[in-house]
Design a binder for this molecule. Structure first.
Ligand code: MRU
Length: 362
């Protein structure tokens, strides 16, 4: 997707120097656009942990390049894998990508061959992610098109939470991909963008993306969605996922569950865009089996924005000594999900539905 008219992916190997992986520092968007160099696997760990990069698919691809950087630095790959795996717990793409890298080099002993394989495999995972996001967009487009026809071409109002946009993937995004496809096709769409406290991925990142692409959108506080739904101002919700169980339970950014409850109560379709890399084929019960990340209380107590002098500034919201609690994700049970939009098509949020699209996992 484009930033100031120039096409970007979220992560790439530096032109002319393949010892450096580059990415966009998402901590300072939308006010600053900064590219950072990752030179070691520790840089990749730091980028993931500190949320310079975030979003399940991008976390996975960054970890894949982190393994390549570990190979370049002649590190013990098992140890690098452990460090990367421990950097964030909820998105299953992370361990999926790290394991794919370990499997790719199994049996190789020549150092040059190992490095070449790690790079080739990271590139492959990245390319596949772009294709998956594009396909999710093509399938999800049909849902928006149908809603537009049902509304006699009136604007389709879509609510989304957090950022499951191109910044969270390599290109297109997952939840946003159907929206970009619909917008590019000339369908009238408008997006309600949940600000997504505490880190404001909606207000900072999703709004940034839509601004850049020209997609009509309105940022709302996280508490507004239910009211909009009660007043017929939301036609559908589309969100992303960090981990989806084989039963169709979905872990996504904290607050997703409340939006799903409100959508259910108001008969509004609630879709989850699910790349297969985000399905955890080993678990069934999302509530009990998905590890939920707990982050620093400072993310709740402080907020960052642009001050009048143009500088980024962090300010304290709460009394200095108040405690805060910061769970990063919650689980939306399958029964509240209308459908899963995958790269192979749309299915019910159920084991049967998922396995119909992915029969090789039976
Ligand atoms: O904490 P984050 O910003 O990494 O959380 C991101 C989300 O919850 C996204 O919705 C999810 O990763 C899907 S990204 C395509």
């Amino acid at each position: 997707m484009k930033v100031n008219g120039q096409h970007y992916h979220t992560i790439w190997v530096k032109e002319g120097d393949d010892s450096i992986v580059q990415t966009i520092d998402q901590r300072v968007l939308p006010h600053q656009f900064e590219i950072v160099d990752l030179k070691t696997s520790d840089d990749a760990v730091h980028a993931i942990k500190d949320m310079m990069v975030r979003g399940a698919p991008l976390i996975g691809v960054t970890a894949a390049y982190g393994m390549y950087l570990a190979g370049l630095g002649n590190e013990n790959l098992q140890e690098a894998a452990q460090k990367l795996n421990a950097s964030r717990p909820t998105a299953v793409n992370l361990s999926w990508a790290v394991n794919a890298q370990l499997a790719a080099v199994q049996g190789l002993s020549d150092r040059g061959a190992v490095i070449a394989k790690l790079l080739e495999n990271a590139h492959r995972i990245r390319t596949e992610d772009i294709e998956i996001s594009k396909q999710i967009g093509e399938h999800g487009l049909a849902l928006i098109e149908a809603m537009s026809q049902y509304k006699s071409n009136e604007t389709v109002n879509i609510l989304t939470h957090c950022n499951a946009g191109w910044l969270a993937t390599i290109d297109w995004g997952t939840a946003t991909s159907p929206i970009y496809h619909a917008f590019d096709k000339g369908i009238s769409v408008h997006v309600w963008v949940d600000e997504t406290r505490p880190r404001n991925q909606g207000a900072n990142l999703t709004a940034f993306e839509f601004n850049q692409h020209g997609v009509p959108h309105t940022v709302i506080s996280d508490n507004t969605g239910g009211h909009l739904m009660q007043h017929g101002m939301v036609d559908m919700a589309i969100v992303g996922t960090d981990r989806t169980t084989i039963h169709g339970d979905v872990a996504n950014k904290i607050g997703t569950y409340l939006k799903a409850l409100a959508a259910y109560d108001n008969n509004i379709p609630f879709y989850v865009a699910v790349p297969s890399t985000t399905i955890d084929w080993h678990i069934k019960d999302g509530l009990n089996e998905i590890p939920i990340e707990k982050r620093s209380e400072d993310e709740v107590k402080y907020i960052q924005g642009k001050a009048d002098n143009g500088q980024l500034m962090k300010v304290l919201l709460t009394p200095e000594t108040s405690n805060a609690l910061n769970y990063g994700f919650d689980v939306t049970p399958a029964r509240l999900v209308t459908g899963l939009i995958t790269e192979r098509g749309i299915c019910n949020a159920s084991e049967e539905g998922i396995l119909q699209l992915f029969p090789e996992k039976r």
